[in-house]
Write a protein that binds this ligand. Structure first.
Ligand SMILES: C[S@@+](CC[C@H](N)C(=O)[O-])C[C@H]1O[C@@H](n2cnc3c(N)ncnc32)[C@H](O)[C@@H]1O
Length: 251
């Protein structure tokens, strides 16, 4: 497939069926411990000021962060995901805007902007990812910080000549990452969700990105790396870490 065609694959979260099935209590990311660890670090970094979540989705982190006393504004381009958020009991505790995180600006005095769950990779060109960093910086007051949680690309695990890696083989979910276009850093996540005799599939496209490239994007947007951990518990990163939580601060 030519690189430009990957850009035409719609983001699955725009689909109301995907949005309705997004919250998954069996997924570790929805566990109280995972959410609690992220909220604790984000709350510390907000430091009493307002926060903006890019790609807020159904409010997995934004709602508990607001409960922890942080003023949160969420941006997402999926009306379906925001509709799921609005169904939740404490939805009114945050404000939301339908918009694209590469260009929609809702304030300029945030102490924290954050983008989690590998969602920088939903932007499928370097140009869009750079625009996202610039937009984060535009939201921040001087001294504010931008936080990204993202996976470390696992291409080194591919055997020579292979393009597909399994990332989850469990009773209710099969996941395979395909790497069809290393030049444009495109991957396709093939998901098969199994619920009894019902099967649902999605195959979103991503642009994977290494931490070093994100640091350059931050530099272009006037921000400097302050911290990088393997996870929300501030575990030190090693060569074997499969994800990172990075913090860049605006001058
Ligand atoms: C994996 S979900 C993450 C949702 C939430 N942040 C969480 O941690 O559960 C990705 C979200 O990114 C949103 N998204 C993708 N591209 C976007 C863009 N360019 N602008 C705004 N939202 C976007 C999708 O609609 C979806 O809600």
């Amino acid at each position: 497939m030519p690189a430009s065609n990957y850009l035409d694959i719609p983001d699955p979260h725009l689909d109301p069926v995907v949005a309705a099935n997004y919250d998954d209590p069996a997924d570790e990311r929805f566990s109280a411990s995972a959410v609690g660890a992220a909220v604790s670090l984000l709350s510390d970094l907000a430091n009493g000021g307002p926060a903006v979540e890019f790609a807020v989705g159904t409010g997995r982190l934004a709602l508990p962060l607001a409960e922890a006393g942080v003023r949160v504004h969420g941006i997402d381009f999926s009306e379906a995901m925001l509709a799921e958020l609005q169904k939740k009991e404490n939805a009114q505790s945050i404000s939301v805007t339908v918009g694209d995180m590469t260009e929609t600006q809702v304030c300029d005095d945030a102490t924290l902007v954050y983008l989690v769950y590998n969602t920088i990779m939903n932007l499928r060109t370097q140009h869009q990812q750079v625009a996202c960093f610039r937009n984060a910086a535009a939201h921040l007051a001087p001294g504010g910080c931008f936080v990204i949680e993202n996976m470390i690309p696992q291409l080194h695990r591919l055997a020579p000549g292979e393009t597909i890696l399994p990332f989850d083989v469990s009773p209710h979910h099969l996941g395979f990452e395909e790497h069809p276009d290393p030049v444009n850093q495109i991957s396709i996540s093939h998901h098969v969700h199994i619920d009894g005799d019902r099967v649902r599939t999605t195959a979103p496209a991503f642009r994977y990105v290494w931490p070093s490239e994100l640091d350059l994007m931050a530099q272009l947007a006037g921000m400097t790396l302050e911290a990088r951990w393997a996870d929300w518990l501030r575990t030190p990163m090693t060569g074997g870490s499969q994800s990172h939580v990075s913090v860049w601060r605006k001058a």
